[in-house]
Design a protein around this ligand. Structure first.
Ligand SMILES: [Fe+2]
Length: 363
């Protein structure tokens, strides 16, 4: 076993100990094979180093069981058993397959991307939820089923459109933003599946190839009759305002606004994705993570709008606190959205901002 800095981690390495945030939140269990997505996730949480197994001498990895609290399961169960969710799930699957066909058709034929066909794929999914809470309930519970680039692209398109609505973008711009979300990862189609889905250690060249997908995406789209913001979103969605992103290391003023929105949707989708190696994060845990370094990495106006709407969506929801007590959210704290005022079932109020307790799950 040996400690590796985040920049030295490679897909295929195996965790020797649990990876936790400074606050002790479990991110990855021991004995898990790292993937590119997992390394990004560790990076996202600002974790500097990870204990890695020495493959030659340590035991082989075992699949880690999913850790899901009963309260999460019951909330998730409620959503999943609803007719609305089952309809959404069936529709989502159809749309994901269509998206795959549209992408491959236009890349292989060298023809023009069919914007209308792309937008049609999102239209029914957008219209199927009446409220924001329904939208996020659908989104959070779909994640277990399909982890493909196409499913991710569809999610990012829908989340980005929602952010555009919150930012009061005109309808025409919402369509452009949705297209930018759908196409942001199209460069991944240039990366062989055996690299994208590789379960064992990636070589330095393979790892570098994956990080080229924004450039590949831009190359695919550059001569298409598309709004330039869509092309820039493909190129710049991994850039971060503090210059810590890739491929160009741009800072706030040089990153296109649409790319800044896609970046938030992209990370939110990755963070809330249910995985076999960790429990799904509840929205307030996601907010807490964004509150740590979100203002440096993302455009403040966009990230604040996004977090405020997510928190507002779940206002009045019943929750489980970190000590197991059940409570209801009664008042949001605009300066610390992950720490609202809650009321316990016995009537006692707790200001979570002045308490070590935090929201662990929704009920
Ligand atoms: Fe990407």
């Amino acid at each position: 076993m040996r400690e590796y800095l985040i920049e030295d981690l490679k897909p295929g390495m195996i965790t020797a100990a649990a990876v936790k945030t400074q606050r002790g939140q479990l991110i990855i269990q021991p004995d898990v094979v790292l993937t590119t997505a997992l390394i990004s996730r560790i990076d996202f949480y600002g974790i500097k180093s990870v204990q890695i197994k020495d493959i030659e001498t340590d035991e082989p990895p075992a699949a880690a069981p999913a850790a899901e609290s009963p309260a999460d399961a019951s909330y998730s169960q409620k959503v999943k058993s609803s007719q609305a969710f089952q309809n959404y799930q069936a529709d989502f699957e159809t749309r994901t397959n269509s998206l795959k066909t549209i992408f491959n058709d236009f890349i292989n034929s060298g023809g023009t991307v069919n914007k209308d066909a792309l937008l049609r794929e999102t239209a029914s999914l957008i219209g199927s939820q009446k409220t924001t809470i329904e939208f996020f309930d659908m989104l959070h519970n779909m994640r277990q089923d399909d982890d493909s680039t196409y499913a991710h692209s569809l999610n990012v398109a829908l989340i980005s459109r929602m952010i555009g609505i919150w930012l009061k973008f005109p309808e025409k711009d919402l369509d452009t933003l949705t297209l930018a979300g759908l196409l942001h990862d199209i460069g991944k189609t240039k990366i062989p599946d055996e690299i994208l889905n590789k379960q064992t250690r990636l070589t330095d060249e393979e790892f570098a190839a994956i990080r080229q997908h924004p450039r590949y995406g831009y190359d695919i789209l550059r001569n298409q009759p598309l709004d330039s913001r869509i092309k820039k979103a493909a190129l710049m969605h991994h850039e971060r305002c503090d210059g810590s992103g890739y491929p160009l290391g741009l800072t706030l003023d040089d990153i296109d606004d649409y790319a800044l929105i896609i970046a938030i949707a992209d990370v939110y989708d990755a963070m809330t994705a249910a995985r076999s190696y960790r429990e799904p994060l509840c929205p307030f845990q996601v907010i807490a993570e964004f509150e740590k370094d979100g203002l440096q990495k993302y455009k403040p106006k966009y990230i604040l709008t996004f977090l405020e709407h997510i928190a507002t969506t779940y206002q009045n929801n019943r929750v489980v606190l970190s000590d197991g007590q059940k409570a209801k959210i009664v008042l949001l704290n605009r300066n610390h959205l992950s720490k609202p005022l809650v009321q316990l079932d016995n009537g006692e109020g707790i200001d979570l901002d002045k308490s070590p307790l935090y929201i662990k799950s929704l009920i």
